[in-house]
Structures are given as C-alpha cells and as structure tokens.
Design a protein around this ligand. Structure first.
Ligand code: GLU
Length: 552
C-alpha cells in the first residue's frame, strides 16, 4: 500500500491541498520590513502581566513598521479553556489600549482574511497538512498505548538512554502501511507522529532576536502532531498557523525555546520560510525569602491585569512601566525626551533581557505617581470619576455634587513646575482627600494627630486667638504672618532660628502652632499646602471645624 493510499484512508474528507491554502492565504502586501506578529493565548479568561508584556511588545513592532498585529486563540488544550475565556482576554487588551487590528476581536467576532483565528475552527486545515506529511512519509499513525509508552520509558531509564519516542524506540515507524490501515479500519486509537529525519548528534542553529544564535541538537523525536481526538498539539498548529497567517515574527515565552528545533524541522518539511523568533525572558519576582521565582497569578495579585483596573492605576503608567522592563534603555530615553510618548520610542530586541526581568510594583507605583502628578486637575477629576463610577458610587456622587470644589482640591500643588506627587492610583485619592468634604469629615470617628501641643485647653486657646485674625483673602505672606503673630502673643517662637538658639525661652515654635491649625482642620499632621486648603474651606468651614474641637 502506498503512503498516498494510507493518507486517503486516514483523511477521507480532505479535499483541498496545501497549494489551495497557499492561494487562499497569499503573502501579505506590506511594505518592506513590516512586522506581522500575533498574540496567541489560550482562552483562560484573563491576561497575566507576563503575557501582557508579550502582547504589548507584539503590538508595538507592527505599529512601528506599518505591519499587522492579530489575536489568535489557541484553544487546543481543553484543560486551559474556560467559558467566555476569550472575552476576558479581549477586554484586558482593550483596557490597555492594545489595539487588535485583525483576528479575534470579541467572543463571537473575527475580522481579517487569514482566519479562522481560533484553532478549534481550523481542523480541516490541519488535516490537509497532516495528510501531506503522511503522503510524503514524513508522519505516521502511532498506535502505542500509554502502557506501551511507559514500557519504552522504563527500558530507556534502565539503559540510561535518552527518553523519548525516537529511532529504534519508535516502534510504530516499522509497521507496514497495510497493518496501519487494518488497525485504523478496526478503529484502534492512534495519534499522528512526525517521522523525524533529524540527527541528535548534529546541530541546528536557532537565530533568536533576543539571544542571538544558539545551537541545539537537531530534533530526532517523533513528537505527536495530532492527538487521538483529532486535535493538533501546539507545535503543529504553530507551524501551520504562523505560516498561513503570514507571521513574520514569533514572539513567545522562553519556555518554547527548546521546542524550536522541532518547529524548524516542520517548517522545512513543508518547505516554508522560517519566521523570525524572539524568545522573551520570564517576568520574575523576588520572594519574601529572597529567591527569584516566576510572577504567579495564584500568589501575586499584581500578576493579574485586572488588578490595575480595580486599583485605578492608569493604563499609561502601567505601559510606561512595561516599557522599562521591555527595553533597558527606555527610562533614560524617556527622561531625556520630555513631551515624547511611548509611541515615539523604537523597541530593540537586542536591549531585551535574556535572563528575565524582575517585576517591581513599587517602581510601577512611582512611575504612576509621576504620571498622575503631571495631569491637569480636570484630567485627574475625570479619571477619578470614571474609576469611582465602577468601584465607589458614593464617592462618585460626592465628587459629582461638588465638582468644581473637587477639581480645586485636586489642583492643590498641581499644574506647576514641580507638582506634588501624592497619588499613585485613583483608588487612594479618597483616603487622602476625605477630610476636605464635610459629608465625610463630620461622619467619621475623628482621630486627631496633634503632636507636641496636645493639651486641649492650649489648643483651644491657640485656635481662639488665631481665628480672629483670619481673612480668607489674605495673600500667602500675610496669612503666614498671622500665624507668627499668634506665636508671639502666646509665647511661641515665630522664628525657627531664634527658637533653636534658645528653646528654653519658648513654649514651642511656629511649626507646633501650624500643626495645631492643620490638625484641627484636617485631623492630619501631613497634608498638602495648608494655605490652599484654608482658602478652599472659607472662614465658615474653618470656624465649624475649630468648634468641633471644643465639643470633644
Ligand atoms: N499558546 C501559546 C502560549 O500561551 C502561545 C505561544 C506562542 O506565542 O506561540 O504559550
């Protein structure tokens, strides 16, 4: 029996050829140097920060080169698929403004001429390519049961041989086509294996864009290409999909690096051009005990992309941070080019980390603080409003009711050359500004942070004297002079130098008096500029708050 006859028995429904598919999915008509890359997750419903980094890089190169970025869903591993798992991924990408220009764009919609972009919908294509391999003696059905495979393994372990289904251990290679056909007709279960031509003693170079040229032993293992249930494994689907979708650059996790010789062998069997590979290092984290480990969805809340959305950490800040992990020279470039954005920066594979990058949430939050500090008060208001709309409706209502006041609060020490960097996320703003709102202030169990001066009679005495002097229209200098006057009248030093020279002559100093006023108004020992806070309050509110102290 010829291989062709066997292939017809195995794939009776295949009525297209590889050539047909070459015509259906022609070379893309793009300009020289355009990158076609893809994000190819399993439909697990969420994107992990490590994968987001990959997607981000995969999206950036096509953007920089007028190429194409598409989303392909790799659902050949049923264990990793969850219901509505696609939409979660699309949402995460959308939230991070990673624009999908082709492929899967929602749970039930795909766009583009190179689809279907969901692997479970490509069975006919895989079978056509499988048939080609069988016809050309490059693949064969293997009927070995798990027990038989286990036996082979035991023999190999005992004889200290390399583990795997290869060479003389690949017993199904030697079954005649007649025998194979008979088994198939008898409905014996089988998988399709590659008939590897590789020689383990010889080397195959892998040109990796991040790591340079790396040599591996050639693949000689007859790996499974299609499982018993007709579903292809990653290796087979990768080669066919990335060829037919005309991917130029395969960016993927370094865990796929060792399989690359097999992929190269498959590309060569079909006579396809091998795409450029870039294997990206893992995103790591330092554990409490100091050891490095993979950032884990299970252990690290910050590993989930949704974390940033819930916390109200701006997408732009996360993107800036990802860029610093993607390319070691990004940060200095960004600092040296004020006014430029990520879009202006050209990513470079050579500047990517080979050993994996450390995920540093602290640093991300710092970038975020910086980023938010540079926004206008109105922008912060709008972003805060959008965040609160989803996560804190009471606060949303409050800032909607006092919109102008809130914008002024957010504008304290903002919109100036060196703005105050106090918010790393929108979710923490309320915790920092609550005292500005009477609704929140007079509803709380107040915990005044008085410091040196904490005798209630003394505090009231200070406030009584000071309140009479307040004129809300005072400029800052006059305002401060009145605090100094209060000091002088009560035996506190209004001049820090004089105080330091002879502290014994005073009850305290101007900082202590300021503390009393600040804490009386806000409960907090640390706040943004007190002068600006008082101007926003107005005299009546100031008096109310001073009186509240008396009630206590
Ligand atoms: N589905 C594979 C994964 O999630 C994709 C690897 C690739 O990008 O080729 O690891």
């Amino acid at each position: 029996m010829t291989n062709k006859e066997l292939a017809d028995i195995m794939y009776p429904n295949v009525n297209k050829t590889i050539e047909d598919y070459e015509l259906i999915y022609p070379e893309r008509n793009l300009k020289e140097g355009a990158v076609v890359s893809r994000f190819a997750p399993s439909p697990t419903g969420f994107v992990h920060m490590g994968s987001l980094l990959t997607a981000f890089i995969e999206n950036k190169f096509p953007k920089d080169t007028e190429g194409v970025f598409y989303l392909r869903i790799e659902d050949t591993d049923q264990k990793r698929s969850v219901e509505n798992g696609i939409q979660g991924i699309v949402n995460d990408l959308n939230n991070f403004n990673i624009e999908i220009s082709e492929g899967v764009i929602s749970e039930d919609k795909q766009i583009g001429n190179y689809g279907p972009y969901i692997q479970s919908e490509r069975k006919e294509i895989y079978e056509t390519f499988a048939k080609y391999l069988v016809e050309n003696d490059l693949a064969y059905p293997c009927f070995c049961s798990p027990e038989e495979l286990e036996e082979i393994r035991e023999v190999q372990e005992k004889k200290k041989e390399r583990i795997g289904y290869y060479g003389r251990f690949a017993v199904c290679r030697n079954i005649s086509n007649e025998e194979k056909a008979k088994k198939i007709k008898n409905k014996e279960a089988y998988v399709l294996r590659i008939k590897s031509r590789g020689d383990f003693e010889k080397k195959v170079p892998v040109n990796d864009l991040v790591r340079g040229k790396i040599e591996f032993p050639q693949n000689d293992i007859d790996h499974i290409l299609i499982k018993n249930d007709g579903i292809p494994v990653y290796h087979f689907a990768h080669v066919i999909d990335d060829h037919l979708m005309r991917t130029t650059h395969v960016l993927r996790g370094e865990e796929w690096m060792p399989s690359t010789p097999l992929h190269i062998e498959l590309f060569n069997m079909f006579g396809f051009k091998i795409p450029k590979y870039a294997h990206l290092g893992l995103v790591m984290k330092i554990d409490e005990d100091g050891s490095r480990r993979k950032l884990s969805k299970r252990k690290d809340p910050e590993a989930a992309v949704s974390y940033y959305h819930e916390k109200g950490i701006p997408v732009e800040a996360v993107k800036l941070y990802l860029m610093t992990i993607a390319n070691s020279n990004f940060e200095s470039w960004y600092d040296a080019n004020p006014g430029k954005t990520i879009d202006d920066f050209k990513l470079d594979f050579k500047k990517m980390s080979v050993s994996g990058s450390l995920y540093d949430l602290e640093k991300l939050l710092n970038i975020s603080k910086n980023y938010i500090s540079k926004l206008s008060a109105l922008e912060v208001y709008q972003n805060l409003y959008n965040w609160a709309k989803e996560f804190d409706l009471d606060f949303m209502n409050l800032i909607e009711k006092y919109k102008d006041f809130t914008i002024s609060v957010l504008n304290i020490e903002r919109e100036q050359k060196k703005p105050r960097k106090d918010y790393a996320s929108y979710s923490e703003i309320k915790k920092q500004v609550w005292y500005m709102y009477d609704e929140l202030f007079f509803n709380e169990e107040l915990n005044y942070e008085f410091d040196k001066i904490n005798d209630i009679n003394e505090i009231n005495k200070i406030l009584d004297i000071y309140v009479k002097k307040i004129d809300i229209n005072d400029d800052k200098e006059t305002w401060f002079n009145k605090i100094k006057e209060t000091c002088n009248e009560l035996g506190y030093a209004s001049d820090m130098k004089e105080y330091k020279a002879a502290p014994e002559n005073y009850k305290g100093n101007v900082a202590d008096i300021s503390n009393v006023i600040r804490v009386a108004l806000t409960t907090k020992a640390m706040t943004p500029d007190l002068y600006e806070i008082m101007k926003l309050f107005g005299l009546k509110r100031i008096e109310q708050r001073f009186n509240k102290i008396k009630e206590n």
